[in-house]
Design a protein around this ligand. Structure first.
Ligand code: SF4
Length: 164
């Protein structure tokens, strides 16, 4: 069961969005220089659909929800993002500490995805030397063999740096 520790409304994590950031525990990434090492523990409250709905209702005015962490269970992140996409008007984001996108993630459930571990000497997403990447999910002009839209990742890290 995925758990979260706390939430915060933030203004820079997803470009131009008022974002409810949900800090998820049980992080398996063990980044050297991690700023939130307490998130490695199995702590907090289960992040159910009901709890997610309650958090959204309690934070009126937000334009997006971002899952901060959750690399121990990307399939659950995918399910929760799908719920937000289909049950609300909000955009969705995911902050992953992995360099590669999990195969459990369906891009259609997300608007933004950040990839990459935190590496102290390279700095966070707004550092000129960062290894991390912020992507916007875009719909390509092509369709697949079943006439479904094809989603792709567009690297907007440079733009993100200017906005923070
Ligand atoms: S992804 Fe890395 S920086 Fe973020 S909480 Fe996990 S160990 Fe810390």
């Amino acid at each position: 069961m995925m758990k979260y520790v706390d939430t915060k409304v933030v203004f820079s994590e997803l470009p131009n969005e008022i974002t409810l950031a949900i800090n998820i525990s049980g992080c398996p990434c063990a980044c050297h220089g991690c700023h939130s090492s307490y998130l490695a523990g199995d702590i907090g409250v289960p992040l159910t659909y009901e709890e997610l709905s309650r958090l959204i209702q309690a934070n009126r005015g937000i334009t997006a929800v971002s899952f901060m962490g959750g690399d121990a269970n990307p399939a659950e992140i995918n399910r929760l993002a799908h719920w937000v996409k289909t049950q609300t008007h909000l955009l969705t984001g995911w902050y992953s500490g992995r360099s590669q996108l999990s195969s459990d993630i369906e891009l259609s459930n997300f608007n933004f995805i950040k990839l990459g571990p935190y590496i102290d000497e390279l700095g966070p997403l707004n550092s000129p030397t960062t290894n991390q990447r912020m992507y916007e999910v875009v719909i390509s002009r092509e369709v697949d063999e079943n006439n479904n839209p094809i989603y792709a990742l567009n690297d907007i890290t440079a733009c993100f740096k200017k906005s923070v």
